[in-house]
Design a protein around this ligand. Structure first.
Ligand SMILES: *Cc1c(COP(=O)(O)O)cnc(C)c1O
Length: 367
């Protein structure tokens, strides 16, 4: 059967290996598996959220409130915007897709950093748009701008901080870049790790309200999957001018976020203390990986997220290290598919990191 030809060119998203796979394939017990491959919150989610989910379970036979009023109101209060500036999606992944589909078609150009969140390119290719990437792996605004000047762009992705590398740009340089971009170009600022970046360094903080007031062509994306510990619930949000939100809304399927997910996200917002504590512990634990790398002369990227990327250069082979760890029940990310010999490790709990560092130590001695 003939399908659209451009489908051949689309790579499918490569998710972090699930715990279930290690149980099935290697017979490793669940309690012995450490999954640090998807930047989940290792402390789980707020106990208040879990309690709320139990209490709500009896209402699951009903369709969700499709206006998502409660969650939108809560987000509007948190970010000092109006609820008409907010769109809620089944993860920010769904919102990335809406942005691309609302703005692009087969004659469009989409700009992004060379090594960034893979869904940008996947969604771009689903609309058959042309993807233009910088030479540098990390975000290089000069290179992005020269591509923009040369070819133009219908959409630009900025991942601040960037997954899978962990670097973040200063707000000041981002604003300088945005001033030079035409108002007909949609700029997606993926702020899924902003909770971490703004905690570590205020200069990296992008405040959605300021952003959209200053740049009417920008859309900010946030998520409950990372700092809030709700990856399994699939809730993300977009903040933009009402005119942009209204257009994206036309592409939305009804009831795109489940009632349980809406309840969970709303409750998670009420326990900021849990999130702050998780972030504090994250950066304390990250120091252990930095010290480990420094001691062994391994380069790492200064991270503003809940993961750290180690560049193994020509010392070790990233795929080999990742495979060896897998046999020990440790799941991390090999970045070789991005064309870099690097590994990405989500920062785990104190206990998990001790085990991972211990195993890494052994492997680095051996290879
Ligand atoms: C995890 C991640 C997302 C997707 O998050 P969901 O809300 O779970 O869909 C988007 N962008 C980046 C950069 C991510 O790391």
């Amino acid at each position: 059967m003939q399908f659209n030809k451009y489908l051949n060119d689309i790579h499918t998203y490569e998710a972090g290996k699930p715990i279930e796979l290690l149980i099935r394939k290697y017979g490793i017990k669940e309690k012995d598996i450490i999954k640090l491959a998807s930047n989940e919150n290792p402390y789980g989610t707020s106990p208040k959220v879990i309690f709320k989910i139990y209490a709500f379970a009896k209402n699951m036979f009903r369709y969700p409130d499709d206006s998502m009023y409660e969650l939108k109101e809560a987000l509007a209060r948190k970010f000092y915007v109006h609820n008409s500036n907010i769109l809620v999606g089944a993860g920010s992944d769904q919102l990335i897709d809406l942005c691309v589909r609302a703005k692009c078609n087969e004659s469009s150009k989409i700009l992004m950093a060379k090594t960034t969140f893979s869904m940008y390119e996947i969604c771009a290719k689903q609309t058959n748009a042309k993807v233009l990437k910088t030479k540098d792996h990390t975000h290089n605004l000069e290179q992005l701008y020269s591509l923009y000047k040369k070819y133009g762009a219908d959409l630009i992705f900025l991942c601040l901080p960037n997954n899978p590398l962990g670097e973040a740009l200063d707000k000041k340089e981002v604003y300088t870049f945005l001033r030079k971009i035409d108002k007909n170009t949609l700029v997606v600022i993926d702020g899924v790790y902003q909770e971490f970046a703004s905690f570590k360094d205020k200069r990296k903080q992008i405040i959605p309200k300021h952003l959209i007031n200053k740049f009417s062509n920008c859309i900010y994306l946030g998520s409950f999957s990372k700092a809030y510990g709700l990856g399994g619930m699939r809730v993300g949000f977009a903040i933009a001018k009402k005119s942009i939100i209204k257009k994206l809304y036309k592409l939305r399927i009804p009831f795109n976020v489940s009632s349980l997910s809406l309840i969970a996200a709303n409750e998670a917002l009420k326990d900021e203390e849990f999130v702050t504590e998780s972030i504090q512990k994250n950066f304390l634990e990250m120091k252990r990986y930095e010290e480990f790398a420094e001691k062994r002369g391994i380069n790492y990227i200064n991270s503003y997220t809940n993961f750290i990327t180690l560049n193994l250069d020509n010392k070790y082979d990233s795929s080999k290290i990742v495979d060896e760890l897998l046999l020990k029940g440790i799941i991390i990310r090999d970045l070789s598919s991005y064309g870099v010999n690097s590994i990405r490790i989500t920062i785990g709990t104190n206990k998990e990191n001790t085990i991972v560092l211990d195993q890494l130590e052994k492997l680095f001695q051996y290879y």
